[in-house]
Ligand binder design. Structure first.
Ligand code: SF4
Length: 49
């Protein structure tokens, strides 16, 4: 897994502002084709706890 910086520290997989998951899945965010990063989302996000 390459280094992935992620500021979503409330995610279970976040460790020191980096993603520690063995893999992540990124998907379109409510659109059929993304035109900018806002139109993508990390599907692997899981709340801590
Ligand atoms: S799973 Fe997604 S949201 Fe969670 S730390 Fe990794 S990149 Fe960030």
């Amino acid at each position: 897994m390459p280094n992935i910086k992620c500021s979503v520290t409330e995610c279970e997989y976040n460790s020191n502002v980096k993603c520690d998951a063995p893999m992540i899945q990124v998907e379109h965010n409510g659109v059929p084709q993304s035109k900018n990063s806002d139109q993508t989302k990390c599907e692997t996000f899981k709340p801590k706890g």
